[in-house]
Design a protein around this ligand. Structure first.
Ligand code: ZN
Length: 81
């Protein structure tokens, strides 16, 4: 049987056999994988991040979000003229 063929309940059984230390290590790896990069400054995005549009497609950090909001406001005002 190949790895990908392991049924869901088998995976659950495996997860109950891992130790607390192993669980913490797995969580750390997952945490690292969840971390995102800001598409505007390349810095780390903490939490969910913000939509960087219309500047760029993707997520940006808190700092860059201030710029994005300012540009969005400017764009809205331009549209009102
Ligand atoms: Zn940024």
């Amino acid at each position: 049987m190949k790895n990908k063929d392991i049924p869901q309940n088998e995976t659950a059984k495996l997860l109950t056999t891992i130790t607390q230390v192993e669980r913490e290590q797995i969580n750390k790896v997952l945490e690292r994988a969840r971390r995102k990069k800001c598409v505007l400054c390349g810095g780390e995005v903490v939490g969910y991040g913000h939509n960087a549009q219309p500047l760029r497609k993707g997520l940006c950090c808190d700092d860059c979000n201030n710029k994005v909001i300012a540009i969005r406001l400017m764009a809205t005002r331009e549209g009102e003229k």
